[in-house]
Each structure stands twice: as structure tokens, then as C-alpha cells.
Design a protein around this ligand. Structure first.
Ligand code: AMP
Length: 541
């Protein structure tokens, strides 16, 4: 027997319709590439999104066609997003930090028809344009006066949409229609496309609006430093208009001074980014003796939070930190480190210990930890294994079938992370499966070592990798990027680990480098480090 309820397809155009109707005067504030701050409202973004839809339709774009962006977070980027999704086209956000060859490969694989990009990326597009096999229309985020000379006949975005009508039929297709495409970073092999549907994006939005997730409302001012090309700005491009929260878009400037200026002048209450961004902000705050009176909550994810960042926000600046774990494949929020009820009033050390863990899955996400034979591991907060995930907004495969079947017989997706769960469902990541250091048959967590090492005042960044050892298979090598002007010694670095990790986890050696390489989403590029140190011999070998 079927229920007798209305059919209301879960399509993301309804989010922008709602934002216009209920929160039309709430604002999107953008720092443009040129540095100027521009203000607009959800009502205006709605109208201009409709013009984008009409511009796309008149350019021959229809249901299922891919529209790519290479753009910073901005109001115009939001318009492209909703304009494309509204008519059932697929908005494909490309990460501009990837190698240009990889960008061309991704655009060809996705068969993008339209490419809209910020002026910053014109040199990249000029360099790869002859390799782009399917892009017919190039558009640059600027007005006619600001249109840079270019050899691909690109139009100025404002002119592209200017003559277009402001009405256009949105939605009207099944809720499982594709609406967004985002490629994983592809550290091994070619990147793979995660193809979100309208339904999964709407469900993910509902999940993230909960009190134990982003927990925001119409009176919040949200600064997504995390880019829209990094897993939908962690869903904020959808959940902000859904709640009516103001959005503050940082554009290309994500250094400490620029982020502080926006936090302060716009009275931002919630912000989100990877840990490296926060290192920059905290350095700036201390240098200029500044406070964060308006900021209530900061979401930190993408890689594990080092304890010094957590404690700085919580203890020095009285900002609530929410540690989040997720992946492009999980839309992306998988767990959130909101304190469980029994720890809300615990002492500061107990709360901080809990917040260093990746957190608990909200309703709609199921987690499981298994050993190599697929046996579920006990939820004892200790026993680690492969982390599997299943849920309302989790990838069921990759675009064009790449990677084959990625689900097990129970429909779970293997995250490639190694983790444990405790009896409250709190998940702790100990490593990426491919980064785990295997010493004498036991696993050493590179994340634990790194997070303690970056807590040392003379250390800017730290990475632990496994190096071949004749007796133990692998032993840890700790690679340190010192703070500018500092020269920590091997002994100083190693003594900071003493008593905080098992003795046999202590790295066999420490190497100092000018810069630890970061990948396209701001995470340590272990592949590059392993390549750099492939001929390195440990003194203990
Ligand atoms: P991406 O799809 O590029 O966002 O990468 C997802 C991967 O980033 C996950 O599988 C984890 O390995 C890592 N990651 C994300 N959030 C965290 C976190 N809070 N702690 C540790 N690793 C994380």
C-alpha cells in the first residue's frame, strides 16, 4: 500500500526558490578577484540565476549537459550553480589548483560544454584551450569593461546574462536527476567523478542543517573559506540559502589578514576551512593582538585538527570548534565532532580529547569498521580497521563507471580510511590506508605523530611517512618544516613526542625541509614526499 501524500521532488531549485521567498533580503557578500567587496541578496541571485539558465538554454545546454566552473567562492559562482542545476544541467566544479593537464583531462572526461572561470585562471585556460575537446562556450566572471584580452572568444559573464529573461521553468524532472559533478583529487591514478543527484544534495542539506551538524539559522553569517570546488563547500552553497544565513565569500584571498578582515567587518558567526587556513589566521591574530568577538563556531575538516589549533580557538578565542570528517564521495559530511551529551559539562581536557576525534555520524550516515576479512570490529574506541560508509548522500559508484563496483554486498563504500569507533559511535581516524606505517606487522598512526609534532612552537608543518627497514619492514621518518626563522633540532622535535605516543612509534629519524608539499585541497601530499625520500636510508637500517 502506498502513502497518500503529495509528490514534491527533492530538487535543489526549491532551495533557491525558498531563499528568494523567505530570505530575499539576506545577503551574499563577495570579495572579488580585484579586491573590491560587492553585496547582493538572495532575491537578486535568484533573478540572475534565472538569466544564467536562459543563457545556457540559448547556448544549447539542456538536461544532463555539463557546465564547468573554475571559480572562487562568489555570488556569481552561486548564480551559475543554481542557473545550471535549475534546468537539470550538471554543474561541474573543477579544482583550479590541479595541474593544468589534469584540468584538461577532467574537462574532457566530463565532456563539459560550457566553462565559466575567474580572471585568475585565464593563463591556465589559455594554456590548455587547444586540448579542450568539448567546451564550446567560454565565459569569464567579470563585466564588459573588465574583460581581459583572450584568444578563445570568451564572453564577460555580466554581458552573457544581461539580455536574458528573468523567468525560466526550473525543476520539473525526477529528483534522482544528476545535478553536480566533482572529481576526487586522484592521488593514485586518474581522478574519478562523483555525480551528485538533486535528491542526495537536498537530503544532505537537510542533514547539515541539524543542531548537531552546522547548526545554523537565518540570523547567522557564514564564511565558507572551503571552496565550492571542494565537495560543494561542504554543502554550504546549499545549506546557507536553505536557512537564509548570509554568505561571505572570500574570493581568491584566504590569507590570515584577509580572512580576519571579513570575520570582523561582516560579524561572521560560522566559518569553515581546512586546518592550514586556520594556521594563517591564528598567526595573524597573535601578531596583531586581535580577538574574534563575533565568531561562534568554526568547522575544521579535510584533514585531522592538530591540538594546538583546537586549543587556540577554544581557549584563547572562545570559539566552538567542530571537527568534521568527510569525502567528496560523502557529499561530503560524514561525521561531526559535536560533544555528545555526557561530555558537554566535562572538564576542558576531556572535551578537547573528544574534539580531536572526528566525531559522530548524523542521521543519514551509517559507519562500520571492519578488518581485512570484512569482520565488523568491536566499538571499543581502540580496534582499528577499514572504515565503511553507507547513507542517504553517499556515492554509489563513479561517473562513467570508472573504478567499477565500489560497494560491498551490503551497499557499503570503502572510504580508504583506517579508523575506530567507540561505544557512543564516535569515530577516530588513525590514517589513510595507503599512508599507514607498518612496523613489525603493527600499524603506526602517521596522523597522531604529525599532530603532536606540529604542536611544537618551532614547527610549522610535519609529516610522518614509512621508510623501508630490513628488520621491521617500515619505520617512521618524521619530516619537519620549521617555522620561519626557527631551526629546531632532531632531539627537540622527538622529545615533544615523548610520553604522548607509544615508545615504539617514535620516528627513527627526523629530516628538515623548506616546505612540505600540499595537494590541491590543502592536504599534505604524501605521494610527493614518498617520492622525494624514496632513496633515503634510515640510520637504524
Ligand atoms: P576529499 O575527498 O579530497 O575531501 O578527501 C577525503 C579524505 O580526507 C578522507 O577520506 C580522509 O582521509 C581525509 N579527511 C577528511 N576529513 C578528515 C578529518 N577530519 N581527519 C582526518 N582525515 C580527514
Amino acid at each position: 500500500m502506498l502513502g497518500i501524500m503529495q509528490d514534491w521532488p527533492l530538487t535543489v531549485d526549491k532551495i533557491m526558490e525558498h531563499a528568494r521567498g523567505q530570505h530575499g533580503t539576506r545577503e551574499i557578500i563577495t570579495r572579488r578577484v580585484g579586491g573590491e567587496i560587492v553585496r547582493t541578496t538572495y532575491a537578486d541571485v535568484y533573478t540572475r540565476s534565472k538569466q544564467v539558465s536562459n543563457a545556457l538554454i540559448s547556448g544549447g545546454v539542456g538536461l544532463g549537459d555539463r557546465v564547468a566552473t573554475l571559480g572562487w567562492n562568489s555570488a556569481r559562482h552561486m548564480e551559475t550553480w543554481y542557473g545550471a542545476m535549475g534546468i537539470g544541467a550538471v554543474l561541474h566544479t573543477i579544482n583550479p589548483r590541479l595541474h593544468p593537464e589534469q584540468i584538461a583531462w577532467i574537462a574532457n572526461h566530463a565532456e563539459d560544454k560550457v566553462l565559466v572561470f575567474d580572471t585568475t585562471f585565464l593563463p591556465i585556460i589559455e594554456a590548455i584551450k587547444d586540448h579542450l575537446q568539448t567546451v564550446k562556450t567560454f565565459v569569464i566572471y567579470c563585466d564588459e569593461a573588465g574583460l581581459p584580452a583572450n584568444s578563445m572568444g570568451a564572453m564577460a559573464y555580466d554581458s552573457w546574462i544581461a539580455g536574458q529573461g528573468t523567468t525560466c521553468r526550473w525543476g520539473d524532472f525526477p529528483e534522482d536527476t544528476a545535478c553536480g559533478l566533482c572529481y576526487t583529487s586522484g592521488t593514485t591514478g586518474n581522478p574519478k567523478g562523483v555525480l551528485y543527484s538533486h535528491r542526495t544534495n537536498v537530503l544532505h542539506t537537510l542533514i547539515t542543517m541539524g543542531k548537531e551538524a552546522m547548526g545554523m539559522g537565518a540570523d547567522d553569517v557564514v564564511l565558507p573559506v572551503v571552496p565550492m570546488f571542494h565537495a560543494n563547500a561542504w554543502g554550504l552553497a546549499l545549506s546557507c540559502p536553505a536557512t537564509g544565513a548570509n554568505m561571505v565569500m572570500p574570493g581568491a584571498q584566504m590569507d590570515g589578514a584577509s580572512i580576519y578582515e571579513l570575520l570582523d567587518t561582516e560579524k561572521v558567526t560560522i566559518t569553515a576551512a581546512v586546518p592550514t587556513v586556520w594556521l594563517g589566521l591564528l598567526g595573524y591574530l597573535r601578531e596583531h593582538d586581535l580577538k574574534l568577538p563575533h565568531l561562534q563556531r568554526v568547522l575544521i575538516g579535510g584533514s585531522a585538527i592538530p591540538e594546538n589549533i583546537l586549543r587556540a580557538f577554544e581557549e584563547e578565542y572562545e570559539v566552538d570548534v567542530i571537527h568534521a570528517w568527510g569525502m567528496t564521495e560523502t557529499s561530503p559530511l560524514g561525521t561531526l565532532g559535536v560533544l555528545p551529551p555526557h561530555l558537554v559539562d566535562a572538564d576542558i581536557d576531556a572535551r578537547m580529547e573528544q574534539k580531536l576525534k572526528q566525531g559522530r555520524p548524523p542521521f543519514g550516515v551509517e559507519l562500520k569498521v571492519v578488518d581485512d576479512e570484512g569482520n565488523e570490529q568491536p566499538r571499543d574506541g581502540k580496534t582499528s580497521g577499514r572504515l565503511l560508509v553507507r547513507g542517504a548522500a553517499i556515492a554509489g559508484g563513479y561517473f562513467k563507471g570508472d573504478g567499477g563496483n565500489v560497494l560491498d554486498e551490503n551497499g557499503f563504500f570503502d572510504t580508504g580510511d583506517v579508523a575506530n569507533l567507540d561505544s557512543y559511535g564516535t569515530m577516530t581516524i588513525t590514517d589513510r590506508a595507503k599512508d599507514v606505517i607498518k612496523s613489525g606487522g603493527e600499524w603506526i598512526s602517521s596522523i597522531d605523530i604529525e599532530n603532536i609534532a606540529v604542536g611544537h612552537e618551532k614547527v610549522a608543518n610535519a609529516a610522518a611517512i614509512g621508510i623501508y627497514h630490513p628488520k621491521w619492514d617500515e619505520r617512521p621518518l618524521l619530516i619537519i618544516q620549521p617555522q620561519p626563522g626557527e631551526s629546531p633540532t632532531k632531539e627537540e622535535v622527538l622529545s615533544s613526542l615523548e610520553g604522548k605516543i607509544a615508545k615504539w612509534w617514535t620516528p627513527d629519524d627526523v629530516q628538515f625541509v623548506d616546505e612540505i608539499p600540499l595537494g590541491a585541497t590543502g592536504k599534505i601530499n604524501k605521494l610527493a614526499l614518498r617520492e622525494q625520500f624514496k632513496d633515503y636510508k634510515l640510520p637504524t637500517a
